[in-house]
Design a protein around this ligand. Structure first.
Ligand SMILES: [Ca+2]
Ligand SMILES: [Ca+2]
Length: 100
């Protein structure tokens, strides 16, 4: 029964896209973009890292990122997301901003 685990895994991979809604898909992309933009991997985005994050999200057509990029409104977007005004943006702050 060596093959039973790979079969279960591939069945899950096939089923997942049917179960996932578009929003969950976007969130997964945004999470991936966050990790890539977070160049020092400290889980927080500096304004420079945030800019890369927005650009990546804009490429993927996520949320308002395209608009932020078009208008070069990175600073405004950063300030809006950085609720505790500590100069870095966490995944939690981004999640909170998405709900608004
Ligand atoms: Ca960082
Ligand atoms: Ca913050």
């Amino acid at each position: 029964m060596k093959t039973s685990i790979p079969i279960v895994v591939s069945a899950l991979l096939v089923a997942t896209p049917l179960l996932a809604n578009e929003e969950a898909d976007d969130q997964a992309k945004a999470r991936e973009n966050f990790q890539q933009a977070d160049s020092d991997s400290d889980g927080r985005l500096t304004p420079a890292e945030f800019r890369n994050f927005i650009d990546a999200n804009a490429e993927d057509g996520l949320g308002r990122a395209g608009m932020v990029r078009r208008f070069g409104a990175y600073g405004t977007a950063f300030e809006r997301v950085d609720k505790n005004e500590d100069g870095v943006v966490t995944a939690l702050e981004l999640a909170a901003a998405r709900r608004n």
